[in-house]
Ligand binder design. Structure first.
Ligand code: B12
Ligand code: SF4
Length: 464
């Protein structure tokens, strides 16, 4: 069979498609899991055009909730052209019946246990509607098909060493999507880190871990890092803030070439952190934790969320100064979003606070899909945009870049320059995130997210 795997995307900035740095691993991982008897291509819609005249027999769509309207649009087009269409990923996992209105079959959960069976059934034109993947030990996973990545991506070596996270933050679906915490054998991960067939030196040098929380199992991560030291690579990952208490781990991170860690800091408000069940974060220690990472020359990327019940417009805007004051090198600022599979979703549903007239395009981390406590949805949106614009204003951006150049290791300084430059330019070009309230390519074509209200699926468009 000829298979096109499409990693779906909807632009999240007014000019959002021109460049991106790091590819998702999902498409090239699925391609690697695909038996060699099939011919497989991978499209990343974020940087590539979709070939609607493809000769593929099967189109496999991977999508997050926020990209669902586009996934369904693509599915409908491909099916009208006689293609078999299947879907998977975190949205389809929680809304399989909805996705089945557009796809011939859905894979829920992780693919490894059922992917080959699904392909076989597709080949025989006997697809069942739902394939339920079960979490398996992460042993003998193939190396992702890096060769199928488009040139548009600056970084190419994306890796996953572990799945899952031991924490249970209220807004996060990781515990439901990837239950438990599972680790790949160190030798298999090292094989991928050593992959050296990319055309440019930095693509061979830099490994980006797309793990939920690589440092969760200390013994494991230390044995991995010990093996990485002689490879002399640069690498980045997500981690929890408590890593700084473990000096041996910090030493190994530095020695093995870590250039950046991403912390989910989320908030500067103790009540919001408690609401988020983010008990591992201690506000009083933010500054010293960031300093501790900086001492090793490593950059700190961090996620912040606007829209908790204790947030106000002022407290959201103040986050720009707060994150600057604690020394964050690259901030990522999102709007709280109630994804199914999270305690947050259950709570907001129970309280009748999910806005039924907002389609899935509002679930992209940059738009409001629920009734905030202290603000209107519009006020939350405006406060988030103000935060974003301030955090990436020329003064803030240049301060972060200069500090990184002076104090961090060369890889970390490079990271700060690139990422701050990228988002800083968007700000200068007045190119903030796309505001779906007044700018939506989906306005006239997508089904509303009415499922929330009824508990069942109502595939009617609120714009029709
Ligand atoms: C790495 C990652 C990122 C990376 C890469 C993004 C990307 N497009 O892959 C970055 C940091 C950029 C990112 C950003 C965002 N992310 Co993210 N991310 C993850 C993370 C931690 C791991 C995903 C991953 O690569 N896993 C490894 C690969 C191999 O597995 P996989 O993708 O899960 O795919 C498996 C199955 O789902 C299945 N599968 C997937 N697709 C398909 C398709 C078919 C046809 C089939 C058969 C099977 C199948 O098979 C795969 C193998 O088992 C997950 C958490 C998680 N545990 O899933 C969150 C997660 C996917 N992200 C999430 C979100 C919300 C976002 C953002 C919107 C956040 C924001 N506020 O901006 C942005 C979107 C940006 C973008 N451009 O896509 C949510 C999605 C929730 C939802 N219902 O949509 C998750 C689940 C975390 C959470 N908060 O709950 N993310
Ligand atoms: S937000 Fe981060 S720490 Fe919390 S459960 Fe999700 S992956 Fe784990």
């Amino acid at each position: 069979m000829k298979i096109d795997i499409i990693v779906v995307y909807i632009q999240r900035y007014r000019k959002g498609h021109e460049v991106d740095f790091v590819p998702p691993i999902t498409g090239i991982h699925l391609a690697a899991l695909t038996p060699e008897t099939h011919q497989v291509r991978v499209y990343h819609q974020q940087v590539q055009k979709i070939d609607f005249n493809t000769d593929a027999d099967l189109v496999a769509l991977s999508f997050f909730s926020g990209f669902t309207p586009e996934a369904y649009r693509l599915a409908d087009i491909f099916r009208s052209k006689g293609k078999m269409v299947i879907g998977g990923g975190p949205h389809a996992t929680f809304w399989p019946e909805e996705a089945l209105q557009h796809c011939d079959a859905i894979l829920t959960g992780e693919a490894e246990s059922v992917w080959k069976e699904m392909l076989k059934d597709a080949e025989n034109r006997q697809l069942k509607p739902i394939y339920r993947g079960t979490p398996e030990p992460l042993i003998d996973l193939p190396t992702p098909r890096y060769d199928l990545l488009p040139n548009a991506y600056f970084v190419k070596k994306v890796i996953q060493a572990t799945r899952g996270c031991p924490f249970t933050c209220s807004f996060c679906s990781v515990p439901a999507v990837n239950p438990g915490f599972r680790m790949r054998p160190v030798a298999e991960v090292i094989k991928e880190i050593s992959y050296d067939r990319f055309p440019f030196w930095w693509q061979n040098k830099l490994a980006w871990f797309w793990d939920d929380n690589l440092t969760a199992h200390r013994t494991y991560v230390k044995s991995l890092l010990k093996e990485m030291v002689p490879l002399k690579k640069w690498w980045l990952t997500q981690a929890s803030m408590d890593i700084v208490k473990d000096q041996e781990l910090m030493d190994l991170m530095e020695a093995s070439g870590c250039i950046g860690v991403f912390f989910g800091i989320e908030s500067f408000n103790a009540e919001s952190l408690s609401e988020a069940n983010k008990r591992q974060n201690k506000i009083d220690h933010y500054r010293e934790i960031v300093d501790e990472v900086h001492k090793r020359g490593i950059a700190v990327m961090a996620g912040f969320i606007a829209g908790f019940d204790h947030d106000t417009s002022d407290s959201i805007e103040e986050m720009a100064e707060n994150l600057q004051a604690i020394g964050i090198d690259v901030p990522f600022m999102s709007i709280l979003t109630p994804y199914k599979g999270t305690p947050l979703y259950e709570k907001l549903m129970q309280d009748g606070r999910i806005l039924p007239d907002r389609g899935w395009e509002f679930y992209n981390g940059f738009n409001v899909a629920f009734k905030p406590h202290n603000m209107t949805p519009q006020e939350l949106l405006v406060a988030h945009r103000a935060l974003w614009n301030k955090a990436f204003s020329p003064g803030f951006v240049s301060h972060r870049i200069i500090r990184a150049m002076k104090t961090l290791n060369p890889g970390a300084a490079w990271l700060s320059l690139f990422m701050n430059g990228f988002y800083g330019l968007k700000q200068v070009r007045k190119n903030p995130p796309v505001d779906m309230l007044d700018f939506s390519p989906y306005r006239n074509q997508v089904p509303a997210n009415a499922a929330h209200e009824s508990g069942s699926i109502q595939p009617t468009s609120r714009y029709a």
